[in-house]
Design a protein. Structure first.
Length: 87
């Protein structure tokens, strides 16, 4: 698993989410995604299924497509990376 790539993408997502136009519900979903991915990356965690986080990433990506292209691109990369990891 490319932990460093996911960590870099999460950092990029956090920067993209600094936009004041992003609503509270979207921010909460993004925080859930961030937390879930960090659990996947934690070797001590019992969370080892990336599927729910891939689904959440795609949901957020669709919502960002028109208004927040940078966040949309980062979320697409996160989803692709999650799809390619072997846990």
């Amino acid at each position: 698993m490319d932990k460093h790539k996911l960590q870099d993408l999460l950092a990029q997502l956090q920067q993209a989410l600094d936009d004041p136009d992003i609503d509270a519900d979207t921010l909460q979903l993004a925080r859930q995604l961030d937390s879930g991915i960090h659990q996947l990356l934690d070797e001590q965690s019992e969370v080892n299924d990336p599927d729910p986080f891939m689904e959440l990433s795609r949901k957020l990506e669709a919502g960002f497509a028109a208004r927040h292209p940078l966040a949309e691109r980062v979320l697409r990369e996160i989803g692709n990376t999650l799809a390619n990891i072997g846990i």
